[in-house]
Design a protein around this ligand. Structure first.
Ligand SMILES: [Zn+2]
Length: 494
């Protein structure tokens, strides 16, 4: 039987500001999914990148007094640097303005939609938010202001190419209702269903070359227009697979994948769950299987935003607390729905949870084995106090699979932590340090503890790859020095 294939992507951010904590959350979520599937033996491809072709980037380059190419390149490097900083495992990183795979792919997608009769020209006048790079219906504004950016949109009138979205209402409803196009969590799926049921209007998929300031991909056969940045950006999910040249990668990782998962923030759900699937239906290509939506982070109660500044720098947090602590806070504290407020004392509490509960468990287990069984632990049946721990270990893999299968990171981390808690309870109940050094019961206790530590480390890989590797080395070498230095303790936690 061939291996299951799993393709997962993050959204590609505009580079008009520095990477903030909210995007770090998204990267870590997608990384957890990718690492989990690799751990289960699936073939995985994980893509991230940057959205270079936005008018916002041109404006930010102007403000910085730099040529657009230079500004965009330097900013994209800051995003790419998150890979090492956060211990990410993506296989590919696409930059839409310079990657030679991108423009041919967008052109092919455009031509496929045109061939299906879904692109037409029309004069248009509307309210455009450059922050969103989107037109708004007046009913979608709050007191005339974009709810996402808190600024009034500008009135734009021009002749554009339109995509016949209205034609795909029924097909989209059928795909979502049947589960062929999955959207999670459930309330996001309902939000999309009610939006589609409310009727879909065709949307503009080009801008005048003039208004785009010449930045972007020219419309095939119409050089007076550039491709709308969202049509361009959404295409990255397939252009990075050589869709433009009809390459083998596209057949393997899009057409041939068992799952195609987009991890995104709630602000761009309509683009991913409505526009993008409609473009793919028009082009005759398979749909994503899952859109996994996360909510936003606030920092000390303030909204994060690149353009508004004040976004907490993931690099500074990692310098101070380490990548393990930040990744653990993301998976363990950020709720499935509802915005999460980041505060340093919450992060410190999670860092100390790692050190106190998991670090101590591994450390104590190694110390007990070295003290009482330096020549090795003999096979022995577990004592009856181990029943709850053995049962929790037996459930663990399945519990994590079920949770991450639905992009429920917090439930997966909680399942893992239940086992850590149970293992610590087991140590307290059996008090192995008081046992005679020759008892069979002691061997039974240590066998269970070693097994628990090994299983916890194994299942920890998707969440904290660095810590999991350190625990495995410490256990293998039975090294008390390594056991003591698994996690950084932090002062000033809540
Ligand atoms: Zn906006």
């Amino acid at each position: 039987m061939s291996k299951r294939r799993f393709y997962v992507t993050t959204a590609i951010p505009y580079v008009n500001g520095d990477p903030h904590l909210g995007f770090a959350l998204e990267l870590v979520q997608a990384d957890v999914l990718a690492r989990h599937r690799r751990l289960r033996g699936e073939d995985v491809r994980f893509l991230s990148g940057t959205d270079d072709n936005s008018l916002k980037n041109v404006e930010a380059a102007d403000a910085a007094g730099l040529p657009v190419e230079k500004y965009v390149r330097e900013q994209a490097e800051r995003f790419a640097a998150l890979r090492g900083l956060l211990s990410l495992s993506y296989d590919d990183f696409i930059r839409t303005s310079v990657d030679p795979r991108h423009a041919p792919g967008v052109e092919r997608l455009w031509r496929a939609c045109a061939a299906a009769g879904d692109l037409y020209e029309r004069d248009y006048e509307g309210l455009y938010c450059t922050g969103c790079e989107a037109f708004f219906a007046s009913g979608e504004l709050v007191d005339g202001i974009c709810p996402e950016h808190g600024q009034p949109p500008e009135r734009v009138a021009e002749r554009n190419w339109f995509f016949r979205l209205s034609r795909y209402e029924d097909a989209l409803l059928a795909a979502i209702e049947s589960g062929r196009l999955g959207i999670t969590p459930e309330h996001r799926r309902n939000e999309v269903l009610s939006f589609v049921r409310g009727g879909l209007a065709d949307f503009s998929v080009s801008r005048s070359r003039e208004r785009a300031r010449g930045w972007g991909i020219p419309v095939p056969e119409d050089p007076t227009q550039v491709v709308y940045v969202w049509f361009d950006a959404l295409g990255n999910y397939v252009t990075a697979l050589d869709y433009g040249s009809g390459g083998a990668r596209y057949r393997t990782w899009w057409e041939g994948a068992d799952e195609r998962v987009h991890v995104i923030g709630k602000g761009i759900i309509r683009f991913h769950a409505v526009y993008w699937p409609a473009i793919l239906l028009s082009a005759g290509e398979p749909l994503p299987t899952t859109i996994a939506v996360h909510d936003y982070l606030t920092v000390d109660g303030r909204r994060l935003s690149k353009s508004g500044g004040g976004g907490t720098d993931p690099g500074a947090i990692v310098d101070r607390y380490g990548a393990d602590a930040l990744r653990w806070w993301f998976v363990r504290d950020v709720p499935r729905s509802g915005d999460a407020d980041f505060r340093e004392e919450l992060l410190a509490a999670r860092a100390n949870e790692l050190a106190n509960d998991l670090g101590n468990l591994v450390n104590r287990t190694i110390a007990l084995v070295r003290r009482f069984r330096p020549e090795g632990v003999s096979p022995a049946a577990p004592p009856e106090e181990a029943d709850a721990l053995v049962a929790a270990l037996a459930r663990l893999g399945r519990a994590i699979d079920d949770a991450l299968g639905d992009a429920h990171y917090r439930a997966a981390a909680d399942a893992l932590w239940e086992v850590v808690t149970e293992a610590n309870r087991f140590v307290s109940a059996t008090r192995p340090w008081e046992q005679p050094a020759n008892g069979e019961r002691l061997d039974g206790v240590l066998v269970v503890l070693l097994e628990a530590c090994a299983r916890i480390a194994h299942e920890l890989h998707p969440f904290l790859p660095d810590a999991a590797a350190r625990i495995e080395v410490a256990l293998e070498r039975r090294d008390p020095e390594l056991g003591r230095s698994l996690f950084r303790k932090v002062r000033g936690s809540a």
